[in-house]
Write a protein that binds this ligand. Structure first.
Ligand code: HEM
Ligand SMILES: *[C@@H]1O[C@H](CO)[C@@H](O)[C@H](O)[C@H]1NC(C)=O
Ligand SMILES: *[C@@H]1O[C@H](CO)[C@@H](O)[C@H](O)[C@H]1NC(C)=O
Ligand SMILES: *[C@@H]1O[C@H](CO)[C@@H](O)[C@H](O)[C@H]1NC(C)=O
Length: 441
């Protein structure tokens, strides 16, 4: 309509009246034609692409992302367009849209990261890939972190916990910094174990393949060893190194930030902390009785502690959103997302939606007594690029909480209640706390 007005106003001032009717007629035809041949331009999602948002782009990374997203969501709905540092992008915050982008139409939305991150981690790392190489690599990485693979790591993780905890006793520690050290040690240990496992798996498979001269056979073996898979059969040192660095990178800051929030929430909810402690003491009592150390199966008997972790992942939503890029023009819920545009599923907005999580700002682990509706809860993402480290992350949190709650108590030092961002949201100053021995009753 705007262009029609423009044509009209130009027409009336510069063209004699008798000519106006045909000009109008042709402009109208032209408009119809444009609309017909470029329906896309008419159907971009709502939202503003204005440059003023440059300032808000920076804020998106350095300040509270809640207000940025929710203001726009209130104004435009679950899907809207905006600019991020000059890149046109579409932000989505409905479970259906997240499902489309991450799962059902994932092939149309490739992962995209800033070049700096790619350089830092290495271009062969799993994050930056799509399609066959990604899915095969993912199978291997995932195999290294699945419950079956990490079951045997409990005692190693416990050793790391028991190395750290005594150094905190009667000290003021920066929770985030200490959790980073802890998560880094666990990540290093796991990555090295994964590296060994990956190597063994490949070596074994290749050997098996050579022994059985039969063609085919199906299954993972076939997937891994088909002639086309040169790139994977011969994972170069570079490829392996990039992926190990990648895993360590992905693993330690995320887990450390979540753990910092867990300690904050437990500190602020005394009755909850006592309930978690009772759950852990019961396990401790049985272990002592049986003269056993903590095992995988014990960590499966921590329902309340697990819900505290689930609720922390929801409330803190440390990964507020993720990035994808449309590989072609995509028709999407009546709109068109042009090729090359970024698409951001807003996990945090979904996790804080009143519709899926009543009283979303309230920390209430009991809400997870009922499983959340599909695609409303995605702290580890979803689909082909979802987090392969989710089980390990939960395991290392459980093992730490087992010993921390049964042995120690902590008081937040100072009274700063804010949040800092960089890159993940965490309590101000990394949550300094005083740790002291718990008085047993
Ligand atoms: C509580 C801690 C963690 C959280 C909240 C978390 C969250 C996520 C999320 C949301 C994604 C998906 C990103 C996307 O779709 O674009 C992801 C991917 C990934 N995470 Fe985690 N993660 C955590 C811990 C870990 C750990 C411990 C590891 C290592 C074992 C790990 C390794 C990875 C890798 C390798 C990817 C990329 C997967 C791919 O591109 O296919 N993460 N993580
Ligand atoms: C910490 O303080 C408590 C009580 O003041 C004391 O019993 C304990 O031995 C101290 N621990 C260390 C490692 O100093
Ligand atoms: C993988 O295993 C083979 C044989 O056991 C060994 O020679 C090679 O150095 C290993 N590579 C890595 C990256 O661990
Ligand atoms: C407990 O187990 C350890 C080894 O696992 C053993 O050395 C110790 O004697 C056992 N103690 C009792 C009381 O059974």
């Amino acid at each position: 309509m705007q262009s029609l007005f423009r044509i009209l106003s130009v027409s009336t001032t510069h063209i004699p009246l008798p000519l106006l009717t045909p000009v109008l007629f042709f402009s109208f035809l032209l408009l119809l034609f444009l609309q017909w041949s470029h329906p896309k331009h008419k159907r971009l999602p709502p939202g503003s692409m204005g440059w003023p948002y440059i300032g808000e782009t920076l804020r998106l990374y350095t300040e509270n992302p809640n207000s940025f997203f929710s203001n726009r969501q209130k104004r435009y709905g679950d899907i809207f367009k905006t600019h991020i540092l000059g890149c046109p992008c579409v932000m989505i915050s409905s479970p259906e849209a997240a499902k489309t982008v991450l799962v059902s139409q994932a092939h149309l939305f490739k992962p995209t990261y800033p070049p700096s991150k790619e350089k830092m981690i290495g271009p062969e790392a799993i994050f930056f890939h799509q399609g066959a190489y990604h899915s095969r690599l993912k199978k291997l990485v995932q195999a290294s972190f699945l419950p079956t693979a990490i079951r045997g790591s409990v005692s190693e993780i416990e050793k790391i916990v028991l190395k750290f905890l005594p150094t905190w006793e009667n000290c003021t520690i920066n929770t985030l910094q200490e959790m980073k050290k802890y998560a880094f040690d666990v990540a290093m240990f796991s990555a090295m174990k994964a590296r060994k496992l990956l190597n063994e798996t490949l070596t074994k498979l290749i050997k098996k393949r050579r022994e059985s001269s039969k063609e085919g056979g199906g299954g993972l073996l076939e997937v891994l060893l088909s002639a086309k898979d040169q790139k994977l059969n011969h994972l170069s040192d570079c490829q392996i190194a990039d992926n190990i660095i990648g895993v360590i990178f992905a693993a330690h800051d995320t887990t450390a930030s979540v753990l910092t929030w867990v300690l904050k929430y437990l500190h602020d909810n005394e009755p909850l902390l006592e309930a978690v402690t009772r759950e852990q003491e019961e396990i401790r009592r049985r272990l002592i009785e049986a003269n056993h150390s903590l095992e995988w199966k014990d960590t499966r008997r921590m329902p309340l502690t697990s819900r505290v972790i689930q609720e922390t992942l929801r409330t803190a939503s440390i990964l507020s959103f993720t990035f994808r890029e449309a590989v072609q023009d995509v028709e999407f819920q009546g709109y068109v997302i042009p090729r090359g545009w970024k698409v951001l599923p807003l996990f945090r907005t979904i996790h804080h939606s009143q519709d899926f999580f009543p009283q979303p700002e309230k920390f209430d682990p009991s809400r997870f007594e009922v499983p959340p509706r599909p695609y409303t809860y995605m702290p580890f993402g979803n689909g082909v690029h979802s987090c392969p480290g989710s089980e390990l992350a939960k395991l290392e949190m459980l093992v730490l909480l087992h010993h921390l709650t049964t042995t120690y108590r902590w008081k937040v030092a100072g009274n700063e209640d804010g949040i800092q961002y960089g890159p993940f949201p965490v309590p101000k100053k990394g949550l300094p706390i005083n740790v002291y021995p718990r008085k047993k009753k």
